[in-house]
Ligand binder design. Sequence first.
Ligand code: PHE
Length: 338
Amino acid sequence: MIERVKKYLEEVNSFSSTDALTIEEFRVSYSGKKGILNTLFAAFREVPIEQKKAFGQELNILKNAVSEKIKELQSKLKSTGGKSSISDPTRTPFPIQTGNRHPLSIVKNRIIDIFSQIGFTISEGPEIEDDWHNFTALNLPEHHPARDMQDTFFIQTDPDILLRTHTSSVQVRYMEKNQPPIRTISPGRVFRNEAISSRSHCIFHQIEGLYIAKDVSFSDLKQTLKYFTESLFGNSKIRLRPSYFPFTEPSAEVDIYWGLETEVDYRITKGTGWLEIMGCGMVDPNVLKNCGIDPDEYSGFAFGMGIERIAMLIYQISDIRLFFENDVRFLKQFKGTL
Ligand code: PHE
């Protein structure tokens, strides 16, 4: 009998593991209700009187050894962070919250998709620009009054450097490096020194487009815009209103027919049913010249739109600031892609 207890003692002393499950099994096999210790204590009764003392002593040694061992192994496990304890497959998992794209990214990607399908490439450029690419090359020489159309953030120490007010600057860079045929769209962040309200924000996002080739006409522009608005909004009606931009001639603003039935907020179309969504026009020959393209050989069109504006329309959002607050309760609503 005593021999058996001694054998257990050896076993306990030599036992070691870093696995939580194995340690727990060890604990149960010795100290559990039906474990070895309890079985041995129960057997104590049958031990002949003259052996009781020695047996009892051995048993106590074993009992202490077991509890020492368990303490030792468990504290080791804690200090290693219990990394090996994740092997319990029955553990309840945490519900994993999957993220989703920002509504502006969803709309931007959709617009990029639509233009990619008709061969437009994506071009990008710097947000900190020089005067040439943001203004002068675009037929806006110094002191031109139309510069005030876009209130600009200048870098105080160098009036030649500014935060781009539109991504037309990217198109200038693209024309400087590439000869026609050119078909490109420029998505990006732009900056204007405006009072922030529910309709305007100092930072917003644009997608501008540029198409230059031989014999491009205004009807190509109109057809492209029709394709675009139909792809994005479904079967929609658009109209082009004459307008002015220094870099295009003639210029127009594009309105989409939004209707009055769905007008939840009178400010959306101001009671007309029409909503302006972008500016466009035929690229001014001066701009082509400035960028090293021969206006006698090539012509083209350009257009530009604010992504926030389009997203507000699609999702019926009445305050532009919601896009920038990053309130998860707002953002969570835009699952998947458009
Ligand atoms: N760059 C103009 C803006 O930011 C938009 C535009 C682009 C208009 C191209 C006409 C042609 O307001």
